[in-house]
Design a protein around this ligand. Sequence first.
Ligand SMILES: O=P(O)(O)OC[C@H]1O[C@H](O[C@H]2O[C@H](CO)[C@@H](O)[C@H](O)[C@H]2O)[C@H](O)[C@@H](O)[C@@H]1O
Length: 247
Amino acid sequence: MSSTPPLPPIDRSAFFFDFDGTLVDLAATPEGVTVSPSVVPLLTRLQALSGGALAVVSGRPLAALDAFLHPLVFAAAGSHGAERREPNGAVSRIGHGDARLAAMHTQLEGTVAAHEGLLLERKDVALAVHYRLAPTLGDVVRAAAEAAVAPYADTFTLQPGKMVVEIKPSGVDKGRAIDAFMAQAPFAGRTAVFLGDDLTDEKGFAVVNRLGGMSVKVGEGETLAPYRLATVTACIEWIESLVASAG
Ligand SMILES: O=P(O)(O)OC[C@H]1O[C@H](O[C@H]2O[C@H](CO)[C@@H](O)[C@H](O)[C@H]2O)[C@H](O)[C@@H](O)[C@@H]1O
């Protein structure tokens, strides 16, 4: 059974936040999410209080995270870790410009065109096929994504999520992304704290648990995280309490 997370000491913690389902409620479409007006000021304050030891670790591309969280400037892992922005601002991308992504995109366009309600999200280094508007089509989407990735299975892999099947470069996940941040300033030497809600976050929870940190599942479902917050609202309130604890 999981319990409500305590408020960790900010000056000794490194904070990692998932985006969808953690900082914003899920919406019918990727563009449909609304960032609560309190989120950016809270993250900005927490980033300052923690000496910059704050990163967003998401399946979204960096460009989307920047648009949603403007004007916050932050370290981040996007596209499940295939894109990275280090604390010094340096950006790296695995799979950038890879023609195989374009080929998979073209193939999946056919699937999406043939089934009402499916959405194809093209990211710089990944793809996502969404079936939230057609919930009965999960098997169709999984089969289509498996077929699309099959010729390139040495380089790309599937990432299932909430009403979505994604294709991302192999060898990247949120656990590795957090591990890499924790090896460098200003994260190194601090205790990792990670809040997330989805399957892709479980890899992050595993790493945070191994490092002796605090992992927090937002919402329902089985998880490796020992702590839980019921909703995005509860997550934002927890961050509010955390920032307030600094006085
Ligand atoms: O790692 P995250 O920050 O949680 O991002 C995971 C994926 O989130 C988005 O899809 C999810 O949220 C959409 C908006 O609420 C929702 O419509 C969809 O059903 C969810 O799967 C995003 O579109 C993906 O690119 C992210 O990888």
